[in-house]
Design a protein around this ligand. Structure first.
Ligand SMILES: [Fe+2]
Length: 450
């Protein structure tokens, strides 16, 4: 068998040009955050059932969806790929071993395998994309930045998918607080590839951290026409636009974008996957932020609450569980919030590092979100205060987790905890947010406490 090479120059374990082309299309789609990756990978599997790599990448994509709904599918894909993996090239074996270990709940061990691989193959953009996400969901921003910076000198403008590498580099630097490098690389990614939704996203993060509100609105409004082929990252980028609009007090526009862009039930993407984890997170996060500012969101909680109710036994992502709890609490299902927290404490004991974060951080966070919904602000502070500095370990970005700080600040002021309020505002600055006291919720909390 004469093995072929993929788009990135790596030997792949198929001699079938149709399978190789379909895998390339799927890999490039995945790397660029496009919506058609799985379709291409299915074609590759059909063309050469003994070619393990499309199954491995499909397993990675389903694993990355962060929902237990896909666990059986991930297990089946890895089992089907296993016999051929033994004789596959090093890269295929590394990708297979890493997803298996990560999917068992040890995200950092999965990353460590891929880290070794990219140390010798620093231009493997596929591996960079995958390990960035595992580190993102582990709260390991410095590690994320170190890997990408170690690889950067090996890249040139002509390396395939350089624009996508710049996007990865931008976001890792942003989360690590290196805003200049992040903005430079993110803008370069979009200059080279206007459809780069991940590059646009990284710069949006820089701008929100720095409190550059008008810059953020202009940046995203100028680019939003470029995301037609993007997957759910397009919804998340609209969510980012809403964060800036929130600071400008444009609440009606946010409500309209929620229905039409952030999660439009009539859009093909939402129809194909109405319970997509990232979409549920985006909606819950925005609705809660609006309510924290006293805005009536109408019946919009009902658009996601039923999906969240189905997830009280889904413990693939404690960050998402906290958003599920927010939605369930908003529709009065406090019984399900309690059930979710109880399940997280139990399941957390049985699984690896992800289980530790689920039990020790996720469960109290879920309880705190429920307590806020019930107006028990003393309990919110008592639950969140001891864990607030460890919350990064449940994953997500600084901008996303800011919601939990907004809830905590809201409760601290309502419970009259003025000393803790001033410490919290210092914490939020320490995370990397600039102009903290100018931000709507924090500014208003300070005014209330004065
Ligand atoms: Fe984001």
């Amino acid at each position: 068998m004469t093995r072929l090479s993929d788009h990135y120059g790596f030997e792949i374990s198929t001699a079938d040009p149709v399978a190789a082309k379909a895998f390339d299309d799927g890999a490039q789609s995945f790397v660029a955050w496009r919506a058609d990756a799985i379709g291409h990978l299915n074609k590759a599997i059909e063309a050469d059932p003994n070619f393990p790599l499309p199954r491995i990448l499909k397993a990675w994509i389903l694993h990355s969806a962060r929902t237990a709904k896909f666990n059986a599918a991930v297990d089946a894909l890895l089992e089907e790929a296993a016999p051929a993996v033994a004789d596959a090239p090093e890269r295929e074996r590394a990708l297979a071993d890493a997803v298996r270990i990560a999917h068992e709940g040890n995200l950092r061990a999965g990353v460590s395998l891929l880290e070794t691989h990219v140390a010798t193959h620093p231009t493997d953009i596929l591996a960079h994309r995958l390990l960035q996400f595992e580190l993102f969901w582990s709260g390991e921003s410095i590690w994320m930045r170190d890997i990408v910076e170690r690889a950067a000198p090996a890249w040139t403008e002509t390396t395939p998918d350089f624009a996508q590498f710049q996007a990865v580099r931008a976001f890792s630097n942003e989360e690590a607080g290196e805003y200049q490098t992040a903005e430079r690389c993110g803008r370069d990614s979009v200059d080279r590839e206007p459809e780069s939704a991940w590059g646009a996203h990284a710069v949006a993060h820089v701008l929100v951290m720095q409190g550059r509100i008008d810059d953020g609105v202009n940046w995203l409004e100028n680019l939003c026409g470029n995301w037609e082929r993007a997957n759910q990252i397009a919804h998340h980028n609209w969510w980012h636009l809403c964060l800036f609009l929130l600071e400008r007090g444009e609440h009606d526009r946010i409500l309209e974008l929620l229905d039409t862009r952030v999660r439009n039930p009539e859009s093909p993407l939402v129809k194909a996957m109405p319970d997509a984890t990232i979409d549920l997170q985006n909606v819950a996060s925005l609705l809660k932020r609006l309510e924290l500012r006293g805005i009536d969101v109408g019946g919009r909680w009902k658009t996601i609450a039923n999906f969240c109710a189905e997830r009280v036994t889904d413990h693939d992502n404690p960050f998402s569980s906290a958003h599920d709890a927010i939605a369930l609490s908003a529709v009065g299902r406090h019984d399900l919030v309690d059930e979710l927290a109880g399940n997280m404490r139990r399941v957390g004991i049985e699984t690896g590092p992800l289980g530790n974060a689920t039990r020790s951080l996720g469960a109290p966070l879920v309880e705190a979100m429920g307590a806020h919904g019930e107006g028990d602000h003393e309990r919110v502070v008592n639950l969140l205060w001891p864990i607030r500095r460890e919350l990064a370990q449940i994953g997500g970005s600084h901008a996303q987790r800011d919601l939990f700080f907004q809830v905590l600040v809201d409760s601290a002021t309502r419970a009259g905890r003025d000393v803790q309020l001033s410490v919290l505002l210092q914490d939020i600055s320490g995370i990397g947010f600039r102009r903290v006291t100018e931000r709507t919720l924090y500014r208003d909390a300070l005014a209330r406490a004065a």
